[in-house]
Design a protein around this ligand. Structure first.
Ligand code: FAD
Length: 504
């Protein structure tokens, strides 16, 4: 069957970024979907919405200023401006593809406000069901487009190269290993949050796309920049459900199990920046304390009307937010780093593009502004598609068959990263993590992704945005990290040297 697909662009991953890239191509293409288009993805879980500066009092300049402020000195201003400027057009494209956003009685798009945005600019659907609505519409459009060949149950495991250029994809399929011959691969594999024990991401978000790109020699940008959401519901589940910032926006307060309101003296209190709130909760947990959101006073019986999805999730574990404290903890949520790409999603490897959370355009810098990620994927996907369509075929050959690599060590990697590379990082912990990860890299994509993340974190001897170094609490020089797999292995090698040699 795959012989008939030879030469077609292959898109790896069928969340928002992958499906929209496939829909934007005007030629036959292959869409690899591990579980079925959109079904298991961060896209389907997105609650808040899509940030677009379309309000009467809003402007591109204001959206850009908020994005740069959240990015804490690390955004690529040119890329950010170019991407945000395309927001309104990207929104219209989603609407043309059948996405139904929430509107007011006059039919105008309803705009919500989220933390760190100066204006109401969050376009949403079904209240807090934006991602589910986008995925519904795009999956229906994909099904209605016969030129998109969806291969369900297929997982890309390696990129096959010829002379340093992409020549094929080795995939694990329900029938075993298979090779797709293609000179054009678009990675749309999502993030890496599930490399941490507490995560809001689906189980499959373990940075597989980053590992595919890195093994092919691609440059990875800012791998150390992981956003932790401060308030995931602390229950025995994977992923952990979000307790939206809006609950704190309504006045709910954070308390520990001694009843102390530990954010009371911190600037911004419960609505301080995400990384600040997350670190304070983390410190409480390290001290052995439980942490809770108390919405009883401010919302009481109104909670379930205002936040029906969160209330339902609480009810499912026997909690009533109108009467009970809501247990919360920080959880890995979004990866600002990724495959380094330009405005067309081109990576440093010929024939390889990346789009969505797996890519790093420089829009998010050291911390993502809420709701800028769906926007980024919606803007970039058509640009990637245009560039892929224009790329010239080289006539490269690739190997017929390759044995499937066996993936090992996810549990070990998760435990190393959770312990040493989470909300608070130190030289000693990161060096230990590198030493533990490096021997696993040959047999584990999770270990390779972890190695990149930890190497970036070790080299960034400062605190900025989502990256907190307890031993370097101040910001230093604002510079982005760009690493290859070989760079990360060299950094691991250096951290293995005895201390005398390191300082020599
Ligand atoms: C709970 C939650 C709420 C969020 N809310 C918002 C929000 O309100 N606004 C906002 O802007 N952002 C939000 N985000 C972030 C946003 O949802 C994601 O950044 C975005 O959806 C990523 O889209 P994507 O297409 O790049 O990746 P995904 O939607 O994660 O899709 C990637 C797909 O690729 C598949 N895949 C991975 N590796 C392979 C492989 N090797 N082979 C084949 N398939 C593979 C995965 O299984 C997955 O289906 C939220 C995220 C979460 C987790």
């Amino acid at each position: 069957m795959t012989a008939s697909l030879t030469g077609q662009p292959v898109i790896v991953g069928a969340g928002l970024a992958g499906m929209l890239t496939a829909l934007s191509l005007d030629q036959p293409c292959v869409l690899l979907s591990q579980e079925g288009a959109g079904t298991v993805s961060s896209s389907v879980l997105a609650q808040g919405g899509v940030a677009v500066a379309i309000g009467a009092d809003d402007s591109l300049a204001s959206h850009l200023a908020d994005t740069l402020a959240a990015g804490d000195g690390l955004c690529n201003r040119h890329m950010a401006e170019a991407i945000l400027a395309q927001g309104p057009a990207a929104l219209q494209r989603l609407i043309r593809l059948g996405v139904v956003f929430d509107t007011d009685a006059a039919g105008g798009l309803l705009l919500g406000l989220e933390a760190a945005h100066q204006h109401k600019r969050i376009v949403h659907a079904r209240g807090d069901g934006t991602g589910a609505e986008i995925v519904r519409a795009l999956a229906a459009a994909v099904r209605a487009t016969p030129r998109i060949n969806v291969l369900e149950g297929w997982t890309a495991r390696r990129l096959l190269l010829n002379g340093g250029r992409v020549a094929g994809v080795l995939a694990a399929t329900p029938e075993g290993a298979n090779v797709l011959r293609t000179e054009k691969v678009v990675l749309a594999c999502g993030g890496l949050g599930s490399l941490f024990a507490a995560s809001t991401n689906p189980q499959g978000s373990i940075g597989g796309g980053l590992a595919l790109a890195a093994r092919a020699g691609a440059v990875i940008a800012d791998p150390e920049m992981v956003q932790f959401h401060p308030t995931a519901l602390d229950i025995a589940a994977f992923p952990l459900p979000l307790v939206s910032e809006a609950v704190r926006g309504e006045g709910a307060v954070l308390v520990n199990d001694a009843g102390e309101r530990f954010m009371a003296d911190i600037a911004g209190q419960e609505l301080a920046p995400r990384d600040v709130v997350a670190r304070h909760i983390h410190e409480q947990i390290l001290q052995g304390r439980g942490v809770f959101l108390d919405a009883r006073q401010v919302l009481g019986e109104h909670f379930s009307r205002r936040f029906p999805a969160i209330a339902a999730r609480c009810t499912s574990v026997g909690l009533d937010p109108s009467r009970d404290l809501i247990p919360v903890r920080p959880a890995a949520h979004y990866h600002m780093g990724g495959v380094a790409v330009d405005l067309h999603g081109r990576s440093s490897v010929s024939g390889l593009w990346a789009v969505g959370e797996v890519a790093s355009t420089g829009l998010h810098g050291a911390n993502r502004l809420a709701s800028n990620s769906l926007l980024e994927a919606a803007v970039l996907a058509p640009m990637v598609a245009g560039d892929v369509a224009a790329a010239v075929h080289q006539g490269l050959d690739c190997a017929d068959a390759e044995p499937l690599p066996v993936e090992k060590c996810l549990v070990a990697v998760r435990s190393i990263l959770t312990r040493e590379a989470g909300l608070s990082r130190t030289e000693t912990g990161l060096s230990n993590a590198l030493r533990a990860l490096e021997p696993l890299v040959a047999s584990s994509d999770a270990a390779l992704t972890g190695l990149l993340l930890v190497a970036g974190a070790l080299e960034r001897r400062e605190s900025r945005g989502a990256h907190w170094r307890a031993d370097y609490p101040m910001p230093g020089e604002a510079r982005r990290t760009f690493l290859t797999m070989q760079d990360a292995i060299s950094i691991a090698g250096r951290s293995n040297q005895p201390a005398m040699q390191m300082t020599a």
